[in-house]
Design a binder for this molecule. Sequence first.
Ligand code: THG
Length: 369
Amino acid sequence: MSNQFVAKSRRLRSTLYSSRIEKQGVTSYTIYNHMLLPAGFEDSLEDTYNHLKNHVQVWDVAAERQIEIKGKDSYKLVQLMTCRDLSEAKNGKCYYSPIIDEKGGMINDPVILKFNQEKWWISIADSDVMLFAKGLAIGKNFDVTISEPDVNIMAVQGPKAFNLLEKIFGKEILDLKFYNFKYFNFRDSKHLIARSGWSKQGGVEIYVEDSKSGLELYDLLFEAGKEYNVKPGCPHLIERIEGALLSYGNDMDINDNPFECGLGKFVHIDSNIEFLGKDNLIKIKESGIEKKLMGVKINLDQINLRSAINLTVDNKIIGEIRSAVFSPTFNKVLGIAMINKGYFEVGQEFDIIVNQKKYKGEICPLPFI
Ligand code: THG
């Protein structure tokens, strides 16, 4: 086996924190929104998993880029892109919202932040939402300005996150509710902080706009966090699969609709809002879905998935596994799989071939934990 390196360049953007995490021992990256997203540090996957579940980590998730929509028609454009009803959305709140195309296919699954009716941020997963937004705005002649401001998110995640945050921001941070955001003072600057993050362990995301102050804050989190055993980290494959946090491009893409992805509660076809793909989603709801994302458990102690692998029953393909990892908690491989109609039943057994060997698995509900 040989190791390859990704050649960095301007096009493959570094983040505000890249130089920091490279001193702190980042060992691998993935590419997300044309930007570096750390994928591993020196400790093993199992050690970083236990650490995340017991302590606190600071993550460079600057690759979760912000698409800013400003101007008179901002709400109209944001609503046109998502099937989640944002007509009653409140200022200072975050909304996990599927963005879909005219057929109802998933374009992205961002967190949308509403500042006010004329300013929104779409905190995107890995696809070029800005181009899609610009195309729609031009076609519809909307009065909006669309940009990607250089906002660098750092996430503070883990059960001790708020102990650490209270030390820096005071008791006020404890009052921040889930999926709400607010500006908090730090020295002579302020930072937008949301109670959110791509883990189930709790914490916040700090949207850094003032780079100089953001780096000071980054350093202070590690200094003040020593007593809580703070470490650098990154979105964690085991933890996110157990919690069924979906990864766009891995678990779903433009060929899947939000019903198939288990995101039906964010599809508001009964409201009178206008969004792309509405008619198609109404039809899909009536006729029922052809496939569905489900959990799978496999009696196997290791897996390294690079592409989807078929699942079979009596040699007939019944679906494909799209993400997978060995879970020390379940002592099995857990996966997220798209299962075909007729087979998406809990308890359904299947075969899978990994490294030329056949293993047995079983379909189960999501999330695992
Ligand atoms: N934070 C921010 N931006 C992001 C992500 C994030 N952009 C990219 C990516 N992550 C978007 N995808 C997801 C997927 C799942 C969740 C958030 C973003 C998520 N879901 C919660 C859950 O399932 O518990 C809550 C969803 C809800 O019910 O509203 O957190 O992480 N800024």
